[in-house]
Design a protein around this ligand. Structure first.
Ligand code: KIV
Length: 303
């Protein structure tokens, strides 16, 4: 996750969660919800949502059980992000994550879901070398893990990679703005696109990705006004993270969203639960019962 820190957000009050809209087929299909459609969300559904002005949510997922919770909640797109590095695999950042690791996690997320479009991140070093390398890696995610699409970081510099993937049948979500795989070049996790020159470059990156065939573009840590401008000028959906309210969709790392990530969260995160507190309390209650001899009770025993 981004290292840009701000005071930790408090979990919101425990109001009952809204229910997803009812399922419907055809043109009336809503992206959020619609769990009974009997098929997965496709890139065409996302294109239709852009035309209809329908906003949608995306979350990361790294395992089958959590993915199934989000699928049941009607989240239409799940990203097996390389944020698995720091949110699932215990690394400091996304750089060390390997293709084999993400293929394994992606397979689990696909097996845990019925409806979500599962997008897999191409890890650092697995696509930048050449279009052929990008295609080889991308194909693995579709063939071995069952992903519906891949995501890669970079704008104009990645045009040939995106073209090669899309031409061969691998849908691509692009990711521009703050690109965490380039943290060592960028010198930290900071807002991108500030100033006229940087803003023009971001817009050019977004347009290049659209022209190369990307079906959506993630905008990470970008000023709200610039993200809104990019969104208005693209035919494909923008997915914002720290990019304000003007994007077509919003994505959060699930452990940030649900309050499992320890420490301070980036300013853009809204925390919707306190899983770290809840799980810690559960573990302490279990431990106290074991130490005190009240678990297992007679009702848990076999005779
Ligand atoms: O890896 C990831 O989780 C991401 C999202 C934050 C967009 O790239």
């Amino acid at each position: 996750m981004s290292e840009q820190h701000s005071p930790k957000q408090q979990p919101t009050a425990s109001a009952p969660a809204p229910t997803p809209p009812a399922a419907s087929e055809g043109p009336g299909l809503t992206l959020y919800g619609g769990t009974g459609t009997g098929r997965r969300v496709t890139v065409r559904d996302l294109a239709r949502a852009k035309q209809a002005g329908e906003r949608w949510p995306m979350l990361t997922a790294y395992d089958a059980m959590i993915a199934s919770v989000f699928d049941d909640a009607g989240i239409p797109v799940l990203l097996v992000g390389d944020s698995a590095g720091n949110n699932h695999l215990g690394y400091e950042n996304t750089i060390p994550v390997t293709v084999d690791q993400l293929v394994m996690l992606t397979g689990a997320v696909v097996r845990g879901t019925k409806r979500a479009l599962v997008v897999a991140d191409l890890p650092f070093g697995s696509y930048q070398v050449s279009p052929a390398q990008a295609l080889e890696t991308g194909a693995r995610f579709l063939k071995e893990a069952g992903a519906g699409a891949v995501k890669l970081e970079g704008g104009v510099a990645m045009v040939r990679q995106v073209e090669a993937l899309v031409t061969a049948g691998v849908p691509v979500m692009a990711h521009i703005g703050l690109t965490p795989q380039s943290v060592n070049v960028l010198g930290g996790y900071r807002v991108q696109g500030r100033g006229d020159e940087a803003a023009a470059q971001l817009l050019a990156d977004a347009k290049a990705m659209q022209a190369a065939g990307a079906f959506a573009v993630v905008l990470e840590l970008v000023p709200e006004e610039l993200a809104a401008r990019v969104t208005a000028q693209l035919d494909i959906p923008t997915v914002g993270i720290g990019a304000g309210a003007g994007c077509d969709a919003q994505v959060l790392v699930w452990t940030d969203m649900a309050g499992l990530t320890p420490g301070k969260l980036p300013k853009f995160v809204k925390q919707y639960a306190d899983l770290r507190g809840t799980l810690g309390d559960a573990a302490r209650s279990f431990a106290a019962d074991v130490v005190g001899g009240s678990y297992p009770g007679p009702e848990h025993a076999f005779h």
